[in-house]
Design a protein around this ligand. Structure first.
Ligand code: ARG
Ligand code: ZN
Length: 876
């Protein structure tokens, strides 16, 4: 059943207060829920509509009187009381079986402890309630549980009372002073310990910060705590937003569907985004923790204080909060190149995941018009493209203007549930700007293409840039209207320096933001003394595909000189992509493969340029992924792409061996491990060099990797060495390293996830090998992190094996989607997405993919989640 944005109706009743009582028992938990409801003046009728799913109703009273079954109707989706009085108190009792809940939505048990996940619609698996984000209420929560098994009882807000109940049970009563929608409710009842700290806000107010984990993990909470303190400080400084609670808690749980959840005052996190010490976590893990801790903390204002009217507005909080966490991570590094490195990472994510989504069967606008299952819309489009849309607004109104817009947004909407349009209106009004056309970024799906043509007039010393935009059709949307696109531009002279720009509103600066609002527009520059090299779309100023016919010479010029590091990187990617596409075609045609000396020389110059940050060099040396190459092709032959890319890697490795070795040595990071950006960048470059050196390794290189593996005092270096050994295809070295790694980290679940993930993504791992890994005692489908580490990394991260010619990868995919769906539909639906682009593949593969999709679609008792994904794939 499809739900449409245009059918929104205000709730018929509002909730004034909620009192919840939990008698927690893994097998049988009893929930008592007292809600005070009042008729909503904007409501359309007088029926009370409460959602409820997968729960057993024990009884319901209205204003003290027990309702008999005829006085309400109960369906598999909820409970309705017709023609209710204007003011009502309901007492509702439900019974649940948390230990049977494998969906990890609602109240569930993980490693013997209780946790909740209510976003988007999990609260209705706990009790009957108007489970929609525009119903905001004050909550009081009483928790009762066995004291021995569940010594820690947490919920949102402040602890106001606790004590013993006799019979070995105890209780805790929590009160959240802020009104909130039900999706922000949370409870934890568990055997946990915490790292805690009193922290003084800029205002002088003192707050209590806690990071809760299982006992053995108390040595892995420092970085999350530090990230939390940094987040609090950053939001005060950049946006003037203060923590509004006296107590802020982060709790880590090993079974979790997503990254983390911003429940008011009680953030619940996937352990992956909390636990770190040098022994078990990589630089990438550390960066992920900082970003996600920041993200969830920033939601306290963008999400919780101002929330969404309905789930179509999800990007209102997610796009904005991703933008905020991106800015936080960039500011934490502090340098210009550091900022650029984070920006390049964002561009890579967009190209790797969002552009394909926007071009596939699940394409949807940043503010969707319809959905079947909201959990399928926690997507890279809502999150990452949504963040790009917010970033473009900042580009258009400037940093200070953006702050003004944020201030106005909170002045207008604090405590409300609002729409994406309200944010845009606040930005426009605070800056006296017209952002009406900008709205199309929210309503039209698809990645716009901007085609640029330039013209230089030497006699007149003028330069013209003509930009033409178009946007492909997407399911349900044709004939798109022009977007309002900020295109940041610079012009390089022959010396590589920025020429001063003279155009409308620009007098001499090196970069100007052109505003493309029409289908085609020409921008004029005067006083251009020499034919320039254009640097277009600097800092990736809009999430578009930029089509410009660069010559190799121009790209090499940009690659070595552009003052915008993002476009410097981009020039390198273009150089590589042109060659990769050519090589792929040559593989297909059976022609001999060759890589030109110019390209190798550019790679060499970059690799050895010590004036550049190691982190930047590493990023610039990474070739476009097989997925990104595939997106550039009309008909995708994954084997040809793989062969071509491997050929390029081998050629680079062979040509640059001495330089790679020198960089390997030059970028060592002796001394105590620190995850700072500088050191992490060095390790990244060093380990990239190692991976190249291990492409066709001789004894010396194998030994190098083995030595690093044995001597590493941190997981970044250890895992990189192991991955290099696995990818080298030297079976003995890899096998023994895998064995010792497993033995060393057997009890560190997150490290074992890496063990599975590295093998799943290696080109030498075929379907049979993955099946074998699934029989390993450490493997389980029930734990999402583990399932992702092996199955997702194979289906999504190992294209040459997944797309095996006989279709065995797809058959495996179908089996796993069906098996996962029986346990956890949300996770299964994510896996289902690996088939999104099936229509792009060569006919023989397409046929196998279609058969696999049909097999899933036809399987009995499929969840809505998976059904939506596979039926859209088959239909579009
Ligand atoms: N709001 C969370 C975040 O982005 C994501 C939770 C979504 N969970 C879900 N099951 N759909 O931080
Ligand atoms: Zn979020």
């Amino acid at each position: 059943q499809t739900i449409y944005r245009k059918n929104y109706t205000p709730p018929s009743f509002l909730v004034e207060s909620v009192e919840l009582g939990f008698d927690l028992d893994p097998a049988r938990t009893i929930v008592a829920n007292r809600i005070k409801l009042v008729r909503n003046r904007d409501g359309k009728h007088s029926d009370i509509e409460l959602h409820g799913e997968h729960i057993e109703l024990v009884g319901v009273r209205m204003n003290g009187k027990r309702l008999k079954p005829g006085q309400y109707t109960l369906s598999e989706h909820g409970l309705t009381i017709r023609k209710a009085p204007a003011k009502v108190t309901l007492d509702i009792e439900t019974v649940l079986a948390p230990q049977e809940n494998t969906s990890l939505s609602g109240l569930y048990v993980s490693n013997g402890n209780f946790f909740t996940q209510c976003e988007a619609e999990g609260f209705r698996r706990i009790t009957f309630f108007p489970d929609r984000p525009d119903v905001m209420a004050k909550y009081t929560v009483m928790l009762r549980a066995d004291k021995e098994k569940f010594p820690v009882l947490l919920s949102n807000g402040n602890l106001i009372e606790q004590g013993e109940l006799g019979d070995g049970r105890h209780y805790a009563k929590w009160e959240d002073p802020f009104k909130k929608p039900s999706y922000l409710f949370a409870l934890v009842a568990a055997r946990l310990v915490c790292q805690e700290e009193r922290y003084t806000l800029q205002s002088g107010r003192e707050v209590l910060l806690q990071v809760w984990v299982e006992e053995g993990n108390l040595d892995k909470t420092d970085y999350a705590m530090q990230s939390l303190k940094n987040s609090i400080r950053w939001d005060e400084q950049r946006f003037g937003l203060e923590l509004d609670l006296d107590r802020f808690m982060i709790v880590a749980v090993g079974d979790f569907n997503m990254g983390a959840m911003e429940n008011k005052g009680l953030n619940i996190f996937n352990t992956k985004y909390v636990l770190a010490n040098p022994r078990v976590a990589t630089d990438v893990d550390y960066a992920g923790i900082e970003a996600v801790v920041g993200h969830e903390y920033f939601h306290n204002w963008t999400g919780n204080r101002v929330t969404c009217r309905d789930w179509f507005q999800l990007s209102l909080k997610e796009g904005l909060t991703v933008f905020r966490d991106q800015e936080f991570s960039a500011d934490m590094i502090g340098t210009d190149t550091g900022r650029a490195v984070t920006r390049i990472d964002q561009v890579r994510t967009l190209r790797q995941a969002q552009f394909p989504e926007d071009a596939g069967p699940m394409a949807h606008p940043v503010r969707p018009d319809s959905f079947v299952e909201i959990n399928n819309f926690y997507t890279v489009t809502i999150y990452e493209k949504g963040a790009e849309v917010v970033r473009m607004m900042q580009t258009l109104v400037g940093r200070d203007g953006f702050r003004k817009g944020m201030d106005l947004y909170f002045a207008r909407h604090d405590g409300q549930a609002v729409q994406c349009d309200d944010f845009r209106a606040a930005m426009a009004d605070a800056n006296g700007r017209d952002l009406k056309q900008f709205e199309r970024w929210y309503s039209q799906a698809g990645t716009p293409v901007v085609k640029a043509v330039t013209q230089y007039d030497a006699a007149a010393q003028t330069y013209h840039i003509t930009l033409a935009q178009s946007c492909p059709d997407t399911p349900g949307q044709t004939a798109k209207l022009p977007f309002h696109i900020p295109v940041a531009v610079g012009l390089l002279g022959a010396d590589g320096k920025d020429l001063p720009l003279y155009t409308d509103g620009a007098a001499g600066q090196g970069t100007v933001v052109l505003e493309l609002t029409e289908a085609t527009q020409t921008f004029h520059f005067s006083g251009v003394a020499q034919r320039p090299t254009p640097s277009l779309l600097r800092d990736f100023s809009a999430p578009v595909v930029l089509d410009y016919d660069y010559s190799d010479a121009e790209l090499l010029h940009l690659f070595s000189h552009d003052s915008d590091p993002v476009n410097r990187w981009e020039a390198g990617q273009r150089l590589a992509m042109a060659r990769l596409l050519k090589l792929t075609a040559d593989v297909g045609a059976g022609a001999p493969l060759a890589l030109d000396a110019t390209f190798i020389a550019a790679q060499r110059a970059l690799l050895t340029d010590a004036t550049l940050d190691a982190a930047f060099r590493e990023l610039a040396l990474i070739l476009p992924s097989e997925t990104i190459i595939a997106e550039r092709m009309e008909v995708v032959d994954p084997q040809a792409i793989h062969t071509a890319r491997q050929f390029m890697r081998r050629s680079i490795a062979a040509a640059l061996k001495p330089e790679l070795l020198a960089q390997y040595q030059a970028n060592q990071t002796p001394g105590a491990y620190s995850p700072d950006a500088q050191s992490a960048g060095k390790r990244a470059l060093k380990n990239l060099a190692l991976a190249y050196l291990l492409i066709a390794p001789q004894a010396a290189e194998l030994e190098l990797a083995q030595r690093q593996f044995d001597a590493a005092d941190n997981m970044t270096d250890r895992a990189a060495a192991l991955a290099a050994l696995i990818h080298s295809g030297a079976p003995d070295g890899a096998a023994s390293a895998l064995k010792s790694y497993f033995a060393d980290f057997e009890h560190e679940a997150l490290v074992i996830d890496k063990w599975f993930a590295m093998q799943a993504g290696a080109p030498g791992t075929d379907v049979a090998a993955v099946r074998k890994l699934m029989t390993h005692p450490a493997f389980t489908l029930k734990n999402p992190n583990r399932a992702r580490s092996l199955i997702f990394n194979f289906c999504g991260g190992n294209p040459s094996q997944f797309h095996a010619a006989d279709g065995s990868g797809y058959a495996f995919w179908a089996e796993q989607v069906i098996a996962l769906d029986a346990l956890n539909p949300q996770v299964a639906a994510r896996l289902a997405r690996s088939m999104d682009r099936w229509r792009r593949y060569v006919p023989a593969l397409q046929a196998h993919m279609k058969a696999a999709l049909e097999r899933v679609a036809g399987s009995a008792s499929l969840s809505n989640d998976v059904l939506e994904v596979v039926s859209k794939a088959l239909a579009n």
